[in-house]
Design a binder for this molecule. Structure first.
Ligand SMILES: Cc1ncc(COP(=O)(O)O)c(C=O)c1O
Length: 407
């Protein structure tokens, strides 16, 4: 495997430390990724020499800051191949992006008795906003089930559509299982019914190339912190034609052209959806992160992470008494969810932590999925480009030890 992981590891200061006397093995990347020095230094330099509020000043620093913010928008546009930079809205993260669509789309298009399609595999961020709105308005949530081999059931999906279906919201990659959903097929089918689609790409943009024009989705959401940028910055992509039809989400400064006490004229895209002072430093950190990964090559990162995942699956499957969820290698990435039979996932996580290994335990914000699987949760190891096979070996040894101690 020709991927210079040693070189890449040098860019991530945090991973070179010991925890509980062991070298840190950070396998909690689906929760958040660590930051390369290039991102850290961009933010540091920005505060030391460039900071001023955007869009508001005639002075040098304000113009500079505004230019860098708009450059970041342009970088995101290129990264996901959006047709226009004003189709990129900066938000706080995936959760806010989905809430933005859920609230404004509902205001514009959904009434009592209408139907919204989500999936059994969704993160709460793509269930609860739709569910709560449906409850308020008397709309109905319809759910795409998963099959016994952890895939979205496409046949069942096709049967959910009626003339009342108004929108489909589904995850590209499951944060609990790592399953890559064939979203293009799902989008094409929704379009046959003239139904728009929102894609939750929180777990995919960091692992594989996204082309929103090729996917033809109406909306797509992701978070900066999962793609090596700061926390508190996220993206909502929306097709111009749809964003234009939606009312603003929040009101205040920056999103207006003119205000009197009688009425307000809103800004055009994208500012119509960016009320108040945006997290412009976060956006600039997102540009640095995207420049960093595109500099390495997302295709190379994807290949290497698949190699790591397959290496880990092959090893963990050899341990008797372990249940590994969703092991179909050809449509899975980065996430390895498992349980030691007879042990609680929390205890497994605690023992791994004693050996410096960071994994996530619990329901991973996917309670309905865990209820469907009939389990209280899983231990989840998730990989990023700076992980190594040596780290996976350490992880496997630690799982064996946890098994010995707990069963
Ligand atoms: C699939 C998926 N969707 C949405 C989210 C929510 O992301 P954020 O908390 O950054 O808004 C997550 C976070 O784990 C996720 O994995």
């Amino acid at each position: 495997m020709t991927f210079d992981v040693d070189r890449i590891r040098q860019d991530f200061p945090i991973i070179h430390q010991t925890i509980n006397g062991y070298p840190l093995t950070y396998l909690d990347n689906a929760a958040t990724t660590q930051k390369p020095i290039q991102v850290i230094e961009t933010v540091d330099d920005f505060y030391k020499s460039k900071n001023a509020n955007i869009h508001r000043g005639v002075h040098y620093l304000s113009n500079l800051s505004t230019d860098l913010y708009e450059e970041a928008r342009h970088t995101v546009q290129k990264f996901i191949n959006a047709a226009h930079d004003y189709e990129i809205i900066f938000t706080r993260g995936t959760t806010e992006s989905i809430n933005l669509v859920a609230f404004t789309f509902t205001q514009a298009f959904i009434t009592q008795g209408d139907e919204i399609i989500v999936t059994e595999m969704d993160h709460h961020a793509n269930i609860v906003p739709w569910q709560q709105i449906a409850l308020r308005i008397g709309a109905k949530l319809k759910v795409v089930p998963i099959t016994d081999d952890y895939q979205l059931d496409f046949e069942a999906y096709t049967r959910l559509f009626t003339e009342k279906t108004k929108i489909v919201a589904l995850p590209h990659i499951s944060n609990s299982l790592g399953t890559i959903n064939p979203i293009k097929k799902f989008i094409e089918f929704a379009h046959k019914h003239d139904v728009p689609v929102l894609i939750d790409a929180a777990q995919s943009v960091q692992h594989e190339k996204i082309d929103v024009q090729d996917l033809d989705c109406e909306f797509l959401a992701f978070s900066g912190h999962k793609i090596y940028a700061e926390t508190g910055i996220g993206v909502l992509y929306g097709k111009e034609k749809w964003l234009d039809k939606l009312p603003p989400y929040q009101f205040g400064g920056d999103m207006i052209k003119d205000v009197t006490f009688e009425k307000t004229i809103f800004q055009d895209l994208p500012l119509k959806f960016e009320a108040g002072t945006s997290n412009y430093v976060g956006a600039i950190s997102l540009k640095a992160a995207i420049d960093y990964i595109t500099g390495i090559g997302l295709d190379k990162i994807e290949k290497y992470e698949k190699y790591l995942l397959n290496y880990a699956i092959d090893q963990i499957k050899q341990i008797k008494g372990i249940t590994v969820y969703a092991t179909k290698k050809d449509n899975k990435i980065s996430v390895l969810s498992f349980n030691i039979q007879g042990a609680h996932n929390y205890d497994v996580g605690m023992i791994l932590d004693q050996m410096g290994i960071a994994v996530r335990t619990g329901k991973h914000c996917t309670h309905p999925l865990m209820y469907r699987l009939g389990i209280p949760g899983t231990a989840r190891a998730s990989f990023a480009m700076y992980n190594t096979t040596e780290e996976i070996d350490r992880f496997i040894q630690a799982v064996k030890k946890a098994k010995q101690m707990l069963t």
